[in-house]
Write a protein of this length. Structure first.
Length: 83
């Protein structure tokens, strides 16, 4: 039971990392601006959405916690000491 729960946590951690990448990509938008004759050269501007970036950071933190606990459950061979 402990090892199967550990594997499930590792699977959830992988899904969380995929979700974090999706959130990060949703939070970054690049816009290309063409050159205007005699005024300015062509350039690109990048907009970062703080809420999407913060959500990505939160999801990565949750994924890290799931991964640490999942590895602990998979590698641990016995029940934890409860006192």
């Amino acid at each position: 039971m402990r090892k199967s729960l550990g594997w499930a946590e590792l699977g959830l951690a992988l899904l969380a990392v995929i979700g974090a990448v999706a959130c990060w990509n949703a939070g970054v938008r690049t816009t290309e601006f063409p050159a205007v004759a005699d005024v300015s050269p062509a350039y690109s501007g990048t907009f970062y959405s703080g809420s999407w970036i913060a959500l990505a950071a939160l999801v990565v933190t949750v994924a890290a916690l799931l991964m640490v606990d999942g590895v602990r459950r998979v590698l641990s061979g016995r029940a934890p000491y409860t006192g």
